[in-house]
Design a protein around this ligand. Structure first.
Ligand code: DP6
Length: 360
């Protein structure tokens, strides 16, 4: 692993700006990251669609501290309101990244952030939020080190995002990202995400993802607790091997536009993720009855119409409904008529595959 390359060269320029803003999207894994070791090193490689509409917008303002102390100086503002409850997580993140971005001790930061999706939606904002913050910090570093290459900027921004949120390292670019070293994916790494480097069939252009908000409540298991369940898990070793194999299998599927292969692989990955939780110690059921109703309806619709719509899940009850753009009208009608009733307050979010973060 090449983490030493992320220790900065001496800075050559002074910082003259006072703030920087980025928006960064969420992403949905097709092959799931579940299990980590060390500091956010994945136990298996993963691949994801970058989303377009579900995103975090962050403005990072900074002022040089007159007397830098040991503790970081930072304030988190969410939707215009000071949220001290979010600050310990950022302090922990800063602790992890200080060796790579040593200037963070010298500044007092205000992090103003807002999400395009409702806070109570059950959609995790850590991937989009921490990737946006990582990019803002990297923009500060780039100003102090203007000869930094774009490649280094992207790799290091993803590396920094990973230290805050594993899956966040896959949010910076799109449409498809890979994180975790894999023999078949050139340039892949355990310490940062990379843009999927091979041909992608046009059927996946603007691929649709409608997120059905089945349960907006707090998740009963945090992602860190969840990942830790894979230590001493009876099926862990075979699961990690399976993810490696699935990543090899998805390459021709993406290249040939093999939607039957895609549907089978993606649904199997989602169910395997939940199977890992069902069989861990302690065990969890993160699906709700309505999650299963939705899955049933999707299968019935696919059988009857032949439309290659499928589902995936993250570590919660919400369902991501994935389908090609050309079937958008029919599937969205199906969602409104047959699936929305299983969502809390009939709520769902139309999204599609996007190209990653943008500097504002
Ligand atoms: C089920 O990235 O939220 O969504 O590394 O602890 O921040 P941390 O975990 P996180 O885990 C995401 C798990 C997942 C699958 C995935 O996105 O690959």
């Amino acid at each position: 692993m090449t983490t030493t390359k992320f220790h900065p060269e001496p800075y050559t320029q002074a910082l003259t700006t006072k703030s920087v803003s980025y928006e960064s999207p969420s992403n949905i894994a097709l092959i799931k990251y579940w299990g980590k070791h060390g500091i956010q090193i994945p136990k298996n490689p993963s691949i994801s669609f970058t989303l377009n509409n579900c995103k975090t917008t962050t403005t990072l303002s900074y002022e040089k501290r007159s007397e830098p102390g040991d503790a970081y100086e930072l304030k988190v503002i969410l939707d215009g309101k000071h949220k001290p409850g979010f600050e310990p997580k950022i302090h922990q993140f800063f602790g992890r990244i200080e060796a790579y971005l040593p200037f963070i001790k010298d500044y007092a930061f205000t992090i103003e952030t807002s999400n395009s999706f409702p806070h109570s939606s059950g959609i995790a904002s850590s991937a989009s939020g921490l990737s946006a913050l990582a990019l803002c910090l990297m923009e500060m570093e780039r100003e102090m080190q203007p000869d930094m290459t774009l490649k280094h900027f992207k790799q290091k921004a993803s590396f920094i995002a990973r230290l805050g949120s594993g899956s966040g390292c896959r949010s910076l670019e799109g449409p498809i990202m890979v994180w975790g070293e894999h023999a078949d994916v050139d340039g892949s790494s355990d310490v940062y995400g990379v843009q999927y480097p091979y041909q992608i069939h046009s059927v996946f252009d603007h691929y649709q993802d409608t997120i059905l908000l089945v349960d907006k409540g707090e998740k009963p298991v945090s992602s860190t607790v969840g990942h830790n369940l894979m230590h001493n898990h009876a099926y862990a070793a075979s699961r990690f091997d399976q993810a490696v194999e699935n990543l090899s299998r998805i390459i021709p599927i993406l290249q040939e536009g093999d939607l039957d292969g895609f549907v089978t692989l993606v649904e199997s990955e989602a169910l395997t993720l939940h199977a890992m939780m069902l069989t861990s110690n302690p065990y969890f059921i993160l699906m709700k009855p309505n999650t299963l109703h939705i899955i049933d309806k999707i299968w019935e619709y696919r059988r009857e119409t032949g439309v290659p719509v499928c589902f995936t899940l993250d570590a919660g009850a919400n369902v991501h409904v994935l389908y090609p753009e050309k079937d958008k009208e029919a599937v969205q009608e199906f969602i409104k008529n047959d699936l929305s009733k299983y969502c809390q307050d009939n709520r769902y979010i139309f999204d599609n595959v996007g190209n990653g973060a943008i500097k504002l």
